[in-house]
Design a protein around this ligand. Structure first.
Ligand code: NAP
Ligand code: MG
Length: 452
């Protein structure tokens, strides 16, 4: 048995039995056996089942939110919001079985038509930062499209996935359609990647592990979608509403204690506005309430683990000066204070690597061209923001930044109805929105000879 820890207290929250290769193979076999019947469920019936599942999750929302808050160390108010998004993901995709689209293409001697067919068994591998939320972005479109799934949560945070498996069964999803296997990435994850009966891997996590998954999947020509790391830019022009930009910048990095692939951890500020921006930022960072994840008022909790804290600490005091340091509780728990480095050069390690902790780098820039160049000078391309009152510039810069998801005068990234995913080494494929369904289906073209 391995202990599942509560990062705010360092106490054990639960014990789980990690699976090995045999259990993984058994889960794949169950999913494979369940596939023919699940794909044959009539569209309206599959939609109704997914709506029932959404309602069941909604009913368990508070319990799931508390479990997620305790296991990840995230503020309970955030966890509640995330469970709302889990429900919304299932509601959004529940209608998909009734809205399949295909083409009819007149060709010589007959007509061709296209179908979107499910893939079969899909392996879902998810990280510890938004455990059930990120799983739901994969589960909902995968199931709606008629696939069966094997979900591997991160070893650090398996509890809401296990709850989900129970809830799905209770809601009437047939046995074998949803299978959760708890265990190490190198064992369970790797086996899913290698398994000849798994048609696709949908992965969220580090770029390093993602690269290994793409390599491993090549052996069986498995379909792969990858949501990887980020080092996103929050570009603040001097003509922006600086108050608003500075007020929202902290949570664009420090939400989920910075353990967010969308974290806008490089704050690019036009030189002439740096002093005014930093004054407002300091006020906002110092006002952040860091503490017990289960307190209603808490805005930032601890990091996931001692190892993560050690990694994050290694970026502070290296190249750039610490300009702002917020508060963090003493004693037990993997706490780290929200920290702003300024001025940072885009060549510093803090600006190049995904820190995955509450450390922001402020990088001054001269003009629009330099802002775009610096924003793009990274191996990543996941999210980002642009703050300006000049609408034409906002669109110009948005088109120029190499990133999958951008916001203008806002620091939010993720919506159920809009595609989410990366450029460059932030991955490939898109989750959420209508595009996700393409990644859980194969296009089939059928030619019907009509004799003329
Ligand atoms: P990770 O190592 O990429 O893990 C993500 C998932 O992949 C986990 O379920 C993990 O399992 C599994 N995994 C690990 N090795 C595997 C392998 N060889 N084959 C198949 N699956 C494997 O990420 P992490 O350890 O959670 O975090 C490390 C760093 O990744 C972070 O510091 C951050 O920079 C980045 N990260 C990015 C995101 C994102 O949303 N883009 C999310 C999380 C982390 P186990 O952990 O159970 O072994
Ligand atoms: Mg890892």
């Amino acid at each position: 048995m391995t202990q599942v820890l509560e990062p705010a207290t360092e106490e054990a929250l639960a014990e789980v039995a990690p699976a090995g290769v045999e259990e993984t193979d058994a889960a794949v076999a169950r999913a494979k056996a369940a596939f023919p019947a699940w794909r044959a469920v009539q569209p309206g019936d599959r939609a109704a089942l997914l709506r029932r599942l959404a309602d069941a999750i909604d009913g368990a929302r508070e319990r799931l939110a508390t479990l997620e808050a305790r296991n990840v160390g995230k503020p309970i108010s955030d966890a509640r919001g995330e469970m709302g998004m889990v429900v919304d993901s299932f509601r959004y995709y529940a209608g998909a079985p009734e809205r399949p689209t295909g083409d009819t293409i007149p060709v010589a001697g007959g007509v061709a038509m296209t179908f979107r067919e499910p893939l079969g068994v899909v392996g879902l591998i998810v990280p510890w930062n938004f455990p059930l939320t990120i799983a739901s972005w994969k589960l909902a479109p995968a199931l709606a499209a008629g696939n069966t799934v094997v979900l591997k949560p991160a070893e650090l945070t398996p509890l809401t996935a296990l709850e989900f498996e129970r809830i799905a069964l209770e809601a009437g999803i047939p046995e074998g359609v949803v299978n959760v296997v708890v265990g190490a990435g190198r064992v369970v994850g790797q086996r899913l990647v290698e398994h000849p009966d798994v048609a696709k891997i949908a992965f969220t996590g580090s770029t390093e592990v993602g690269r290994g998954i793409a390599e491993g999947a090549a052996a069986t020509i498995k379909r792969v979608t990858l949501e990887l790391g980020g080092k996103s830019a929050n570009v603040v022009f001097a003509d922006a509403d600086l108050e608003q930009a500075a007020a929202s910048a902290p949570m664009a990095v420090f939400a989920n204690a910075g353990q967010d692939c969308c974290a806008r951890s490089r704050i690019l500020v036009e030189r002439s506005a740096v002093d005014r921006f930093m004054d407002a930022l300091e006020e906002a960072v110092e006002a952040l309430r860091v503490g017990d994840p289960l307190e209603e008022e808490t805005e930032m909790g601890p990091l996931i683990s001692a190892a993560q804290r050690e990694k994050v600490a290694s970026y502070v005091g290296e190249d750039a000066p610490v300009a702002i340091r917020g508060s963090a509780p003493d004693g037990k728990g993997y706490w780290f204070p929200p920290t702003v480095l300024c001025p940072v050069s885009n060549d510093d390690r803090a600006a190049r690597e995904e820190i995955f902790g509450p450390v922001a780098s402020v990088i001054p820039f001269r003009d629009e061209a330099e802002a775009i160049r610096v924003a793009n000078d990274t191996i990543y391309g996941l999210s980002g923001s642009i703050w300006t009152r000049d609408g034409a510039r906002a669109l110009r810069v948005a088109r120029a930044i190499e990133s999958g998801v951008l916001s203008v005068n806002s620091n939010t990234s993720v919506r159920v109805a809009t595609p989410f995913g990366g450029f460059k080494q932030s991955g490939y494929g898109r989750e959420l929105g209508p595009h996700a369904l393409d990644h859980y289906t194969e296009v089939k073209s059928v030619y019907y000879a009509t004799g003329s």
